[in-house]
Structure formats: structure tokens, C-alpha cells
Ligand binder design. Structure first.
Ligand SMILES: [Zn+2]
Length: 349
């Protein structure tokens, strides 16, 4: 690996209140010299968590940890971490493909081999060797297998931290060799207080927390991106598409710059509103099918739009969902027409 990916970029000064306990527990173990060789931390948030990784590693290395579990930022170890120049720390993440300049979809075996080699070296400083893999669920099969050997025979004075948004996607053989921790979403009250400090009013907090499924970090991200305004713009376009005024590619092009997570939420939210609308209208037989079809489409799209997990092309998946939606909505209309048409034909017959 020529270039070490940087973990120092996304630093936020403070550890989030609901992440403190995890850091605290690990620090306590470290002080007792009982820090496990391999730690797996599952983060329930969907938001990029490199800054948490940085905070955690810095806290484990810092010589003068603060009361809120933030690293002091001033000691030698903190300074080296900040400069992305800590000699005993290795960060492994998704890197850019040299040919396509796009982010790889998985963590490659060469990266893991590099990490294993780094962990086997003698530490330069007193903190011991430390390595972080994030997002660990992106290791491919051979990467995970390669890592397994290290987990079975860990080097002395080496700590390996796996940070993941989805521990279930890691092989059980890896999970069982790590000490596992979970950072859950904050409790409603904690989330509310935190979002308030970020400038959200009570009503906005409720709205965004709901759409983010209590993931407060995601709620903030959506708020900062003005999610509901984009949602409205998307729905206006969708209406035009359903009325045959623009094609599905035009809808996608208008929103393709959005974050994938936001895109998924927009689709989900919109499909749900069609269902609510359907529930409010008096049900006829053909409408019942429509409702079921819409519910099926939500389930289907939840699966299809997990793009990074099924490796399919997001645009095609997205278009597929919209085309299906149109078919379902039109099928209802056509059913009505066909049935009345049939009945006219029967009367004639
Ligand atoms: Zn420090």
C-alpha cells in the first residue's frame, strides 16, 4: 500500500454523549492492562463513523484523557495522531481504485496483509501497536480469512479494533474471537438535548428523528441537508413521471447526487405515503390488491436499494422501483377499466 488512508480528517472535537461509555469501558480495561487483543464495535448509526474511530484510538493512546473521554489534543501521542503520523497505528478502510478512481466496494486482502505486517512490528512508542478496520463489514471473504489467522495468534502488545455498522455481516469465526461492544442510538431525551444544541427546534427534532428511525446522527445529517425540501422536489418529479410527462431516467438524474442513504429514505418515505393515501381512500376489491402490491414493493425496494450489499447498480434498482410503482398504480386504473369493459362485453353477450 503506497498511501495510508487518513483518519485524521473528519475530526470533531467532542465525543458524542452516547459514545462515551464505550470509550470509557475500554480505557478502564486498558488501565488494568486487560484490553483485549481484538475488539469489535458495532455502531447502530448509519452515518460515517470515522470520527468515532479516531476519537477511540486517540483516547486509547492519549496520555491525558479528558473527563468527557475526549483526547487532550496536546500530548505527544495526540499530536502524532492529529498529524496522521502515529508510527504504531494502522488504519484500514475502503480505498480508491487506482484505475477507476472510484471507491472500492470491499476491503482487499492486500490491505489486510499490510495491516497484519504492521501489527507484527516492534512498537516505536509506549502505546503498543494498534490497528483499526472500518467499515469492517466491507472485508471480502479472503480478507476476512486472512485476518482470522491474526486473531487466532495475536501479536503481543497489539490491539485490533473492528468498527462496523453491521456485525451480522462479519463471519461468526471473526466475531467469536473478538470482544464485542455495541454503540446504540441515544435515548430519546439524550438525542433531543443533543439535537437542540445543534439548533433544531422541538418540532424539527420530532420530524427528523422519526424519518431517521431514532438515529440522531442521521437526523442531524438529514436536517443539514434539508431532507424534506428535497423530498418535496422528488415527489413533484415523481408526479410528473407518473403522469407520463418525464421519463424515469430524468427522475434519477435529478437526485443522483444525493447520498445513497438519503435516497433510500426518500423512496421509502414516498412509498409509505402512497400506502397511507391508499388506506385513507375507501377500499374496493382492486384497491386492496394495490395496497398489498405497494407493501410488497416497499419490502422489495428495502432489499434492492441496499446497493452496497447486493452490488447491483443503484440507478437500475432505483428505476426498477419507480417503474414497478407506476405499474401498480396504473394496474388499479386498468383493472377498473377492464372490469367495466368486461361487464359491458358480458351484457352484450
Ligand atoms: Zn493527549
Amino acid at each position: 500500500m503506497k498511501q495510508e488512508p487518513s483518519l485524521a480528517e473528519p475530526v470533531v472535537a467532542q465525543v458524542l454523549p452516547w459514545q462515551q461509555a464505550t470509550i470509557e469501558q475500554l480505557l478502564r480495561l486498558k488501565q488494568k492492562q486487560q484490553l483485549p487483543h481484538a475488539i469489535l464495535i458495532e455502531l447502530k448509526t448509519r452515518v460515517d463513523s470515522r470520527s468515532f474511530g479516531w476519537q477511540l484510538v486517540s483516547a486509547l493512546l492519549c496520555q491525558n484523557i479528558q473527563a468527557d473521554m475526549s483526547p487532550c489534543g496536546k500530548c505527544q501521542h495526540c499530536e502524532l495522531m492529529r498529524a496522521n503520523n502515529y508510527p504504531d497505528f494502522t488504519f484500514t478502510t475502503l480505498v480508491e481504485n487506482e484505475r477507476t478512481h472510484k471507491l472500492n466496494k470491499d476491503i482487499k486482502i492486500e490491505q489486510i496483509r499490510h495491516l497484519i505486517h504492521q501489527l507484527s512490528l516492534t512498537p516505536n512508542l509506549t502505546g503498543g501497536k494498534i490497528a483499526l478496520i472500518y467499515p469492517a463489514e466491507k472485508m471480502n471473504k479472503s480478507s476476512a480469512n486472512s485476518l482470522l489467522k491474526t486473531l487466532e495468534e495475536p501479536a503481543d502488545n497489539a490491539t485490533l479494533i473492528l468498527l462496523t455498522h453491521n456485525a451480522g455481516r462479519l463471519p461468526i469465526t471473526i466475531r467469536s474471537r473478538c470482544q464485542v461492544r455495541t454503540v446504540n442510538h441515544p435515548k430519546a431525551e439524550v438525542a433531543k438535548n443533543w439535537l437542540q444544541t445543534k439548533g433544531l427546534e422541538a418540532e424539527a427534532i420530532e420530524q427528523y428523528q422519526e424519518v431517521a428511525h431514532a438515529d440522531a446522527q442521521l437526523a442531524l445529517q438529514l436536517y443539514e441537508q434539508d431532507f424534506f425540501q428535497y423530498l418535496q422536489a422528488f415527489r413533484d418529479l415523481l408526479k410528473q413521471y407518473l403522469n407520463n410527462r418525464i421519463d424515469v431516467v430524468a427522475v434519477f438524474n435529478s437526485i443522483k447526487e444525493r447520498d445513497e442513504e438519503v435516497l433510500r429514505l426518500m423512496i421509502r418515505n414516498t412509498l409509505l405515503s402512497f400506502i397511507y393515501h391508499q388506506l385513507e381512500t375507501p377500499l374496493q376489491v382492486s384497491e386492496k390488491n394495490k395496497l398489498l402490491d405497494l407493501i410488497n414493493l416497499i419490502n422489495h425496494s428495502n432489499f434492492m436499494l441496499q446497493i452496497e450489499e447486493n452490488n447491483l447498480n443503484l440507478q437500475l434498482q432505483f428505476e426498477d422501483v419507480l417503474i414497478s410503482l407506476k405499474q401498480i398504480l396504473n394496474r388499479g386504473k386498468n383493472h377498473g377499466r377492464t372490469q367495466s369493459g368486461d361487464s359491458v362485453a358480458q351484457h352484450k353477450g
